[in-house]
Write a protein that binds this ligand. Sequence first.
Ligand code: SAM
Length: 304
Amino acid sequence: MSGHLPVMLAEVLDMLAPKDGEHYVDGTFGGGGYTRAILEAADCRVLGIDRDPDAIARGQDLVAQFGGRLTLIHGEFSNLATYLDGARADGVVLDLGASSFQFDEPARGFSFRDSGPLDMRMSKEGPSAADFVNTADERDIARVISQLGEEHNARRIARAIVAKRPVTTTGELAQIVKDAQGPAAARLAIHPATRTFQALRIHVNDELGELERGLEAAAGALAPFGRLVVVSFHSLEDRIVKRFLTARATTAPLGSRHAPVARRAQPAAFRLLTHRPLMPGATEVEGNPRARSARLRAAERLAA
Ligand SMILES: C[S@@+](CC[C@H](N)C(=O)[O-])C[C@H]1O[C@@H](n2cnc3c(N)ncnc32)[C@H](O)[C@@H]1O
């Protein structure tokens, strides 16, 4: 089985700046690439979280290796405050989306290149992608593909899916989407099913809802001067992270200049460590094409 190459690892470590005695949360443990590097960088502790039970099972070797400095929890990063049980974190890192372990294993149903069951559930629980495409209204399918995939042909694709139900494998779905796109699809720089698969994955795992809740949870759990580092992979995620951080990093007056009564200052909670997102260098992208679309944003919790 192939592994997962951690994306923008040097930049993540630079922003987190691990120190002896500190306590970090790796909210997306995955293949443990970030966690291992954090534990090697300082005599610190890491709470690793992943909603995928396979990631937690694979990580047990690392738990044994770092004897007591690493705790792994199967769950969602939106619940990180519960897992911290009142403790404060000196850093929280989120590396969004799916791992190479998930993409590269056809049985997990994320891949349109190698056919497998149409699943896409990171947690292996709840409704799968097949459940959604085989039961939802055509309009709902089109809305998901349009909004979460930013796919122009969403209505045509949704109509084709509904006409071919039941759709049970990723290979079938990829073919349906490709046919629905027509000959123009051959000229696309990406596989014609890329955006549809992205949309279904985000929907099945409620990835944007998780991100919004996770950012709130991280902000509440960080100790003064604690760092929040988020690596995102598409514009919908990056927009949420950007809005969240800029809203809390400025002392923005409430209301508008037309409503002076409402001009109360909202105290800032963060100092931005990145004013524009960091992107991977050319060498990293050459060695790891999955890093291509990565965007890193980071901020530091203010003292009070
Ligand atoms: C891109 S990978 C992380 C890779 C990791 N940084 C490494 O270096 O190996 C994302 C991981 O986060 C997990 N994940 C995604 N959303 C999650 C959530 N809301 N809560 C917990 N884990 C999540 C996925 O299951 C996947 O294993």
